[in-house]
Every structure is written in structure tokens, then in C-alpha cells.
Write a protein that binds this ligand. Structure first.
Ligand code: SAM
Length: 289
């Protein structure tokens, strides 16, 4: 499609669409709509989609980013929780790009286990901020066809997702994202490109799928160790994991068997080390707290 077309939504179009639909953006659903075509095109450029690539977008809203994806020639399936917005988006897309390859699923993204059409290879979205991390991780878990992800999230959350061991912000989102992918922050987005303007800064995170760590421990068990280790992040792993292994002594034995210093803290460990610890919890099916 025409890269320089004027079909994207600016401030006037966003107000007009919202007014006609009677949309009042809610914080609960993280509804901050992009009204700047330059920002939309920047996101689409970074996503570097292949022609005709199947893309899933979570939360298309009034269609700002959706139109940019369609303009770039992507085949888009969008998941929107708000019935008012989901009901209008197809019209918005087809008005501007007749015949566009687009469909919408009305649902909470957390409840979607299958998607219509070809399996998506990319997730591109301006995520609702209050559920950004669970939505991101759930999509990576459920749709292993996803090779890469470009999402806009709260800047602090972007930093946490992309953090490396040893930093103060390294935590549960960093380790879990690293299970599926390598993540990096690729851009900052100002507040004024949204309506309404949020009271936090936003940033883009790019995640490239990679093989999960090679381990006999199931993912759920590794994630249980991660959750427990960071629930009390100031504690040593020996203390933090005592409950999971039954006692401090048992945790110490397990940590040593996993090659991890029992006096270390979770914030210094890479995901592969959490997997080694989870392996000490027994074979799959043996039950973990
Ligand atoms: N993509 C649009 C844009 O960039 O202008 C809207 C982004 S807005 C930050 C987030 C969107 O996600 C809203 O349309 C909201 O209704 C939707 N949403 C919120 N929670 C959701 C969920 N759990 N599942 C699917 N969509 C959700």
C-alpha cells in the first residue's frame, strides 16, 4: 500500500471518531489513543514487517496503529476488549484501505487461546499499560509462531523487561521475558502523541524469540522459582527459597547442586540458573508448591 498516504488518524480524526462513537477513554482499560501519524510510522518502520506478514495487534482502539500496519501491507488480526471499539474498527480500516486483510476478535487478550487465519509471526501493539506484562508473556507463551514483538509500554516497564542481571530493576518480567526472547528498549515516545495524554512516559521494547533454556524442568516450575525468589528480593536465595524446598538446609543443598551460591540474590541470576534450580525440585509431575 502507499507508504505516504494520508490515511492515518490525526488529532481531529481521533476526536471525531471518539465523538461519533461516544467513546470516553477509561484508565481501567488503559485507553490512550495515538493521534500522531509520525509516531505510528516510526513504530511500523522499527517493526520491519515482511510484505503480507501476519501480525497480531492487542488493543487496536480507534485504529491508529492498525492503519499504519495495514498501510505497510501487513495482514492484521486485532484483539480488542471494548465492544464499542471492536465494533467500529473494521469500518475504519476498510474505509481507508478497501479490501485490507484485517479481522478483529472481541475478547480480553488474556482469554484468547486461538486466532483466526494464518499463525501470526509478529505482535505489534500499544499495550494497555496496567496489563502490559501479563498480556505480553501470555501471547509469547500461547503463540509460538510469534518470532518477534514490538510493543509500546510504560517506560519503566520497558526498562524492567529489558533489564539484565545485577541491575536494581531486574526482576520477574526480565527473567520471564528472557525465557522466550532477547529484549531491548528501542525508542522513547512522548506523552503528547496520545489522547488523552498519559501521566507516564512510554517506550518501545523489541523482543526477538529464541529457544528457551534447555532444561528438564517445565516452564511453570521455573517460573514458580522465579516468582518465589523475587517475592522477597532482598533475601538470599537460601532464605527466599526455603519454603519452596521445605527448609533452608534443603534449599541450600538444591542451590549448590544447581551450581548457584546460596547467599546470592535472585537479581543476580540469569534465566538458565533459575532453570537449574527448578530441576532440583524433582521430575515433571512430582508436584511443586
Ligand atoms: N492501539 C491503539 C492506539 O495506539 O491508539 C489503542 C492503544 S490503548 C493504549 C490500549 C487498547 O487496549 C484500548 O483500545 C483498550 O480498550 C484495549 N484493551 C485494554 N485491555 C485489554 C485486554 N485485556 N485485551 C484486549 N484489549 C484490551
Amino acid at each position: 500500500m502507499n507508504e505516504t498516504s494520508n490515511a492515518l488518524l490525526g488529532p481531529a480524526e481521533i476526536r471525531d471518531l471518539a465523538g461519533r462513537l461516544g467513546v470516553r477513554p477509561t484508565k481501567t482499560l488503559g485507553q490512550n489513543f495515538l493521534h500522531d501519524g509520525g509516531t505510528v510510522r516510526k513504530i511500523v518502520r522499527i517493526a520491519a514487517l515482511r510484505p503480507g506478514e501476519r501480525v497480531v495487534e492487542v488493543g487496536p482502539g480507534l485504529g491508529s496503529l492498525t492503519l499504519g500496519l495495514v498501510e505497510a501491507g501487513a495482514s492484521v488480526v486485532a484483539i480488542e476488549i471494548d465492544p464499542l471499539l471492536a465494533g467500529q474498527i473494521t469500518g475504519t480500516v476498510q474505509d481507508r484501505f478497501p479490501g485490507a486483510d484485517f479481522e478483529v476478535v472481541l475478547s480480553d487478550a488474556m482469554d484468547v487461546t486461538t486466532l483466526p487465519g494464518a499463525p501470526p509471526t509478529a505482535l505489534v501493539a500499544n499495550l494497555p499499560y496496567n496489563v502490559a506484562v501479563p498480556v505480553l508473556l501470555t501471547m509469547l507463551q500461547r503463540f509460538d509462531s510469534l518470532e518477534r514483538v514490538l510493543v509500546m509500554v510504560q517506560a519503566e516497564v520497558a526498562d524492567r523487561i529489558a533489564a539484565v542481571p545485577g541491575s536494581k530493576i531486574y526482576g520477574i518480567p526480565s527473567v520471564k521475558a528472557a525465557w522466550y526472547s532477547s529484549a531491548r528498549r528501542v525508542g522513547t515516545i512522548g506523552r503528547n502523541v496520545f489522547w488523552p495524554a498519559p501521566n507516564v512516559d512510554s517506550a518501545l521494547v523489541y523482543l526477538e524469540r529464541r529457544e528457551p533454556p534447555s532444561t528438564t524442568a517445565p516452564r511453570e516450575r521455573v517460573f514458580a522459582v522465579v516468582d518465589t525468589a523475587f517475592a522477597q528480593r532482598r533475601k538470599t536465595l537460601r532464605a527466599a527459597l526455603a519454603g519452596l524446598f521445605g527448609s533452608g538446609a534443603a534449599a541450600e543443598t538444591a542451590l549448590r547442586a544447581a551450581g548457584v551460591d546460596p547467599s546470592a540474590r535472585g537479581e543476580t541470576l540469569v534465566v538458565e540458573q533459575f532453570a537449574r534450580i527448578a530441576e532440583q525440585l524433582g521430575q515433571p509431575g512430582e508436584g511443586v508448591a
